[in-house]
Design a protein around this ligand. Structure first.
Ligand SMILES: C[S@@+](CC[C@H](N)C(=O)[O-])C[C@H]1O[C@@H](n2cnc3c(N)ncnc32)[C@H](O)[C@@H]1O
Length: 295
């Protein structure tokens, strides 16, 4: 087990004998049991098995204070991923922090769709672009699943790019990260076989922005500040200039935007336009292939 401090977390003198134990702390919070466990594991750098095996161990005051502070933040609604600094995506552990969107399970559909597209095309060393990479979840997962791919990822947010670069290094993924607004980041780049994006698509003023986890995530990652379709439309219109013949574009969008995104793709000259449903049965990802290439 990896401990944050040297030695036993509760080892100490007679004063520490009165310190709260693992069991006391787990029973002290009004949070759901699993969240309480995760926060204590994070504070101690301990596994769940260790907590169970050491439930009568006293804990030192610094750990108790840190745990209580995290519980208080969680009770205020702060997302677990920010409190523990991690979120699983496509089976990989991604570091996240305020300033970067927490990767969502539904976005795995976009990665799986992109991998299917790459397999269908069967090109060696395909060039793949992820626009608005955030934590790097999409780009890094693609690069890890298809190591011969040349993956480029962009973001307007320097904070996000910093997190994404660290994630790529920690996970051993080969991704080129470029700062800038959408396609402006790509000066000097060659065309791509596949472009993917999960852009901000929540309408300005949507009440969801003031609820739950979204309150704590960067507004620029969530909303386009307009009707929710402006970033999706911009990407659909500009993508053909950056795609090789027969190249594809796939984007994640909101639960009620599939028909609009299909229309945008058709207007931008894409064929084979389709929408795919997530595990909840919601049309979540739409895309198409440039008409003037191999079908
Ligand atoms: C919904 S988040 C997606 C993050 C990540 N791809 C994911 O799926 O978890 C949208 C991302 O687009 C970025 N973004 C917003 N406006 C942008 C722009 N004009 N150019 C490039 N990236 C932008 C945000 O900083 C944010 O990281």
């Amino acid at each position: 087990m990896k401990m944050k401090t040297d030695g036993h977390p509760g080892a100490g003198d007679s004063r520490e004998a009165a310190s709260p134990t693992v069991r006391d702390l787990l029973g002290s919070s009004s949070l759901p049991r699993l969240e309480t466990q995760m926060l204590l594991q994070h504070v101690l750098g301990a596994s769940r098995a260790w907590l169970i095996a050491h439930d009568t161990d006293p804990l030192d005051a610094a750990h108790v204070r840190e745990f209580e502070a995290l519980c208080a933040r969680r009770l205020e609604g702060e997302p677990m991923a920010y409190l523990v600094g991690r979120r699983e995506f496509m089976g990989h552990g991604f570091a996240v922090e305020p300033g970067v969107l927490i990767p969502r399970p539904e976005t795995e559909l976009l990665v799986e769709t992109a991998l299917g597209e790459l397999a269908r095309r069967g090109r060696d060393r395909p060039r793949v672009l992820d626009l608005g990479t955030g934590s790097g979840a999409i780009a890094i997962s693609l690069a890890l699943a298809q190591p011969d791919a040349e993956v480029v990822a962009t973001d307007l947010s320097e904070a996000a790019l910093g997190v994404a670069r660290r994630n790529a290094q920690a996970l051993g993924a080969r991704v080129e990260f470029l700062p800038g607004s959408w396609f402006q980041a790509l000066e000097g780049q060659r065309p791509f076989d596949l472009i993917v994006s999960n852009p901000p698509y929540i309408q300005d003023g949507d009440p969801h922005l003031a609820r739950g986890d979204l309150r704590f995530e960067p507004a620029g990652a969530l909303t386009d500040g307009a009707d929710g379709l402006s970033a999706l439309a911009h990407i659909a219109v500009q993508a053909p200039q950056w795609l090789a013949p027969g190249g594809g574009l796939w984007m994640e969008h909101g639960y009620d935007q599939a028909a609009d995104v299909r229309r945008l793709l058709l207007e931008a000259g894409f064929g084979r336009v389709d929408s795919l449903r997530d595990l909840a049965g919601i049309e979540r990802v739409s895309g198409g292939t440039l008409k003037d290439g191999p079908k």
